[in-house]
Design a protein around this ligand. Structure first.
Ligand code: CA
Length: 226
C-alpha cells in the first residue's frame, strides 16, 4: 500500500485541530476524513473503512474509550488514541483497549504524520512472525537469538524480551513489564525495568547496531518493533 492510497479518519471535536491535521495528512499524500461527533463515528467507519483512525479520547457523544472497544468488535483497523493528558495513557494501557498507539496533546502535526506512516508500515507487516524478522525465542530453553546470533541474557532480560515479543508493536507500561519480570513477586521499582531494558538493548545492539528493536514510548513504557 502506498501512502497515497491510505485513508485516515480523524476523529476530533476541535475543528481547528482536525482541519490542521487533515491538511498535514493530505500534504503527506494521505486521504483524510474528519468526524467531530462521537455518535457519528461508527456509521462513518461502516460507510467507508479507513486504513487508520486517529481517535480523540474526549468527544461529544460517545467517548474514544467506548468507541475503541466497539470498533475492536468488528475491525482490526489501526487505532491511534489521542489524549490531552500523559497520565491518562497509563490508565488506557491498563484497560487493554487494543489501540495501536497513543499520542499526547499538544502534539506537532508533523509528529502525528510520522506516527501514522510508521503504523501503516507496521500494519502491513503485522502478520509477520518475529522469527521471520530474525528474532527467535526458545521458551523452554530460556534462550533467544537475534539475527542468527545467540543472546547471552539474564533470566530477567529474557522475560522482558519474551513479553515484548509476544505482541510486537504493542506498548507495555513499566507496571505491565514488572508483572512478568520475576516469578517471586519481589519488590522492585520502575527503575528496575529501565535498567534491565538498558542492558537488553545493549546486547541487541551488539548483534545488529543499525536496528533498534526496543523503542521507548515517552511517559508510557516500551514496545518491540520488528
Ligand atoms: Ca476532544
Amino acid at each position: 500500500m502506498s501512502s497515497g492510497s491510505a485513508y485516515v479518519l480523524v476523529v476530533e471535536d476541535e475543528p481547528k485541530l482536525s482541519r490542521l491535521l487533515a491538511d498535514y495528512l493530505a500534504a503527506a499524500g494521505f486521504e483524510a476524513g474528519c468526524v467531530a461527533d462521537g455518535n457519528a463515528v461508527l456509521a462513518e467507519v461502516r460507510r467507508r473503512m479507513p486504513d487508520l483512525i486517529l481517535l480523540d479520547l474526549m468527544l461529544p457523544g460517545r467517548d474514544g474509550l467506548n468507541l475503541c472497544r466497539e470498533l475492536r468488535t468488528f475491525s482490526d483497523v489501526p487505532i491511534v488514541m489521542v489524549t490531552a493528558r500523559v497520565e491518562e495513557i497509563d490508565r488506557l494501557l491498563g484497560l487493554e483497549l487494543g489501540a495501536d498507539d497513543y499520542i499526547c496533546k499538544p502534539y506537532s502535526p508533523r509528529e502525528v504524520v510520522a506516527r501514522v506512516k510508521a503504523i501503516l508500515r507496521r500494519s502491513q507487516r503485522r502478520d509477520m512472525p518475529a522469527a521471520e524478522a530474525g528474532l527467535m525465542i526458545d521458551e523452554e530453553g530460556y534462550q533467544a537469538s537475534w539475527q542468527g546470533r545467540r543472546l547471552e541474557l539474564t533470566p530477567a532480560e529474557f522475560r522482558l524480551l519474551r513479553t515484548l515479543a509476544s505482541t510486537p508493536g504493542r506498548v507495555f507500561s513499566r507496571d505491565q513489564l514488572l508483572d512478568h519480570l520475576y516469578a517471586d513477586h519481589r519488590v522492585v521499582t520502575d527503575r528496575t525495568v529501565d535498567s534491565h531494558i538498558k542492558n537488553l538493548r545493549r546486547k541487541l545492539e551488539q548483534v545488529a547496531p543499525q536496528q533498534e528493536l526496543i523503542r521507548s514510548v515517552y511517559g508510557v513504557g516500551y514496545k518491540l518493533e520488528l
